[in-house]
Design a protein around this ligand. Structure first.
Ligand code: NAD
Ligand code: ZN
Length: 367
C-alpha cells in the first residue's frame, strides 16, 4: 500500500469557518502556509519545550522573521507534567506581558503536551487567538494536533480541563521525526496502530507487513505511516467534531491507558506506552464479547511496541479505581471501546466489574 498522493493536503471539513488543512511540507514553508491559512505577519507567540527548541527553534524563528513575523519563543520544560495550570499561567503571563492582540497567533511547536497546552491557552486568551500546530512527535503528527481537543491535566485525571478549539493550520514535516528519541517513536506507534484497529484493516495489514522498517524509522515507510494514520484521524474528526458518536472510538485503549497513567503517576509511562497496555486490555475484553475477533493477530502488533515493566506493587484494583474519575464516564457507567473485528469498533457500557478486572489483569501480565 504505497501511497501516491502522500504530499497532498488533507482537509478537515467542519461547519462555519472552522475548516482547515493538514499540510505536508518542510518546516521552512511555514510562513507561506500561514499566509495560505489567512494569517498576516505580526507578532507570533511560539510555544515549545526545551528539547524541541534545541533542534528547531532557530529554523522556525528564522523562517518567520524572513517573512516579516515577530516571533516570541516560550520554551517550557518537556514532559506530561507541563500540561498543568502552572505552565498555562506561564503562557498567559508571557502573552499578556508582551502585549499580544486578538490577531496574534499561538504556534505550538512540539509534541502532544505542547499542542494540548498551547491550544487551550489559545482558546482562552482574549477569548480566542488564531492557533497553528507544528507537531514534532509521532503522536502529535498522527493524532493530537488533529481535531481540536485541547487541555491540561488535573490531579483527578487526564485532560479534565479543556476545550474544543480548532487550529487554522496543521503543518506536518515528517523529517522532524528523526530527532525523536527512540522511546517516543515507538510510543507514537500506539496511536497509529489504534487508528488501524478501530477503522482500517488494510492499514493494519500494511503495518504488519512493514513493522520492522517502521520500528527502524526507515524513510521508505515514515511518510506513508504518518499520512495514512493522520488521514484516519482527520476523517473521524470531520464526521463527528464534538464526540457525539463515532469520535469516541478514538478512545480505544484509553479508558484503561489513562487509568494506568494516573495510577502510576504521570511521566512513569509515556502516553503511548500506557495506550499500548490499555489496548491489550481492550483487545482482551473485546474477544470476550466478539468471538470473530482475531485476538492473537490484534495483540501481535500491539506487542511490537516495547513497554517498561509495570511495578508489581501496582494492583488490578488500583488501576480500576483510577478509572472512576475518568471524564469519559457517563452517569456513573464507564464506556469502553471494543472491537468487533480488526478495523471495526463500537462503544459499550455493558460490562461487569469482573470483565474490567480480568482485562486489566491480562494487560498487566498478572494471572
Ligand atoms: P510530548 O509532547 O511530551 O513529547 C514527547 C517527548 O518527545 C518530549 O520529551 C518532547 O520534548 C520530545 N520531542 C517531541 N518532538 C521531538 C522531536 N522532533 N525531536 C526530539 N524530541 C522531541 O508527548 P507526546 O507523546 O507527543 O504526546 C502525548 C500527549 O498528547 C499526552 O498528553 C496526550 O494526552 C496528548 N494527546 C492528545 C490528543 C488530542 O486529541 N488532543 C490525542 C492524543 C494524545
Ligand atoms: Zn492518546
Amino acid at each position: 500500500m504505497l501511497l501516491q498522493n502522500k504530499d497532498k493536503p488533507i482537509p478537515i471539513d467542519l461547519s462555519g469557518d472552522r475548516s482547515y488543512r493538514l499540510v505536508f511540507s518542510p518546516i521552512r514553508d511555514l510562513p507561506n502556509q500561514m499566509r495560505e491559512a489567512g494569517l498576516r505577519p505580526g507578532k507570533c507567540l511560539v510555544i515549545t519545550d526545551t528539547n524541541v527548541a534545541g533542534h528547531y527553534r532557530n529554523v522556525v524563528v528564522a523562517s518567520l522573521q524572513e517573512d516579516g513575523w515577530d516571533p516570541f519563543v516560550l520554551a517550557l520544560p518537556p514532559g506530561e507534567e507541563t500540561k498543568s495550570p502552572k505552565h498555562l499561567q506561564a503562557i498567559y503571563d508571557a502573552a499578556l506581558n508582551w502585549n499580544i492582540d486578538r490577531k496574534t497567533p499561538v504556534l505550538a511547536l512540539g509534541g502532544g503536551v505542547i499542542g494540548d497546552l498551547a491550544g487551550y491557552a489559545a482558546s482562552t486568551l482574549l477569548r480566542g487567538l488564531p492557533f497553528v500546530q507544528v507537531p514534532t512527535s509521532l503522536i502529535a503528527q498522527v493524532d493530537s494536533s488533529i481535531g481540536g481537543k485541547t487541555g491540561i491535566n488535573h490531579s483527578e485525571g487526564k485532560n479534565l480541563i479543556g476545550s474544543f478549539y480548532q487550529p487554522k493550520l496543521v503543518l506536518i514535516d515528517t523529517k522532524l521525526l528523526y530527532t525523536l528519541p527512540r522511546r517516543e517513536w515507538t510510543s507514537g506507534l500506539a496511536e497509529a496502530i489504534k487508528h488501524a484497529l478501530i477503522a482500517d484493516e488494510t492499514f493494519f495489514a500494511w503495518l504488519e507487513a512493514e513493522m520492522i522498517a517502521i520500528l527502524a524509522r526507515d524513510p521508505r515507510v515514515v511518510q506513508d505511516l504518518v499520512y495514512r494514520a493522520a488521514a484516519i484521524k482527520a476523517q473521524v474528526v470531520s464526521n463527528d467534531e464534538f464526540e457525539q458518536k463515532s469520535r469516541a472510538l478514538l478512545n480505544f485503549g484509553h479508558t484503561f491507558g489513562h487509568a494506568l497513567e494516573k495510577a502510576l503517576g504521570y511521566g512513569v509511562l509515556t502516553h503511548g506506552e500506557a495506550v499500548a497496555v490499555g489496548m491489550k486490555a481492550a483487545i482482551f475484553m473485546s474477544r470476550r464479547f466478539n468471538r470473530k475477533l482475531d485476538q492473537s493477530r490484534a495483540l501481535a502488533l500491539v506487542h511490537a511496541i516495547p513497554t517498561p515493566e509495570i511495578p508489581s506493587m501496582l494492583g488490578v484494583v488500583d488501576v480500576r479505581r483510577a478509572m472512576s474519575s475518568d471524564k469519559k464516564k457517563v452517569l456513573e457507567r464507564l464506556n469502553f471501546v471494543l472491537l468487533k473485528r480488526i478495523g471495526d469498533a463500537y462503544v459499550t457500557d455493558d460490562v461487569t466489574l469482573s470483565d474490567v478486572d480480568n482485562a486489566i489483569a491480562f494487560s498487566l501480565g498478572r494471572p
